[in-house]
Design a protein around this ligand. Sequence first.
Ligand code: SIN
Length: 281
Amino acid sequence: MRLSVTPNADGFGARVDGISLQAPLSAETTHALRAAWLQHQVLFFPDQPMNDHQFASFGLTFGAFGSDPFVLPVEGHPHVLEIRREANERVSPFGSSWHSDWSFQACPPSATMLHARVLPPLGGDTWFADGYRAFEALSASMQKDLESLTAVHSARRPYSVQGFVAGGGRERSMRIIPSDDAWATQEHPVVRTHPETGRKALWINAVYTLGFKQLDNKASDALLGYLCAHATRDVFVYRHRWQENMLTMWDNRCTQHRATGGYDGHQRIMHRLVIAGDRPR
Ligand code: SIN
């Protein structure tokens, strides 16, 4: 088997073949995967049947596990979450608004990995948006202005007791734990310099970013609305179609993503883990 990396046409996202993720990887292969991940931001590995033990072991080749608040893990694997939607479920799919994972944490995850266990016959794609190109497409003066702003992030919209994911009355098969902890806030730069590539990315999102510390509410809401729409313009988005047993991993420090629906009447099950990251700068 020979490792092969096939990028999407615009270089955002790449398919990786010629590798088996079920067994430990050599230092050389781990290095090549890390380089491909840093370059293409989203990597997808078709045809990788694996159990949670193998999934977690592969995760650890990219760093220590991050922490997952507000969602209970699967039995026996404290770092693996199950994203599950049953055929008869009518709530919006988990993660279906644009976000970077856990951006309300002081040190949000560097990577997220998702392994497809059960897929619907159609629908259920995951969309990714490239934060580097979103930043680079802004005018020089806008880039400069944004570099002096601080964004305030919080988990309150989805995970407070009345939150749109966790709130009462929503029949979900996922094991969500609403909490008053979701009201805490965290400040991060709006323009994030990636700790490994040195590139700058626009780092706000519609779920967890509440606004900007230096602006009044009206100006803050207007700017946030503009930036969220800009960051997820079609030209920056890769629409990822899943196959069963595919593993996909993304760089959470320079991307956003969202789950999509379109599969009512069918089950979808994914297993997910996050790798610890550092404080955004
Ligand atoms: C997520 O991690 O936000 C969910 C993505 C998905 O289920 O497609």
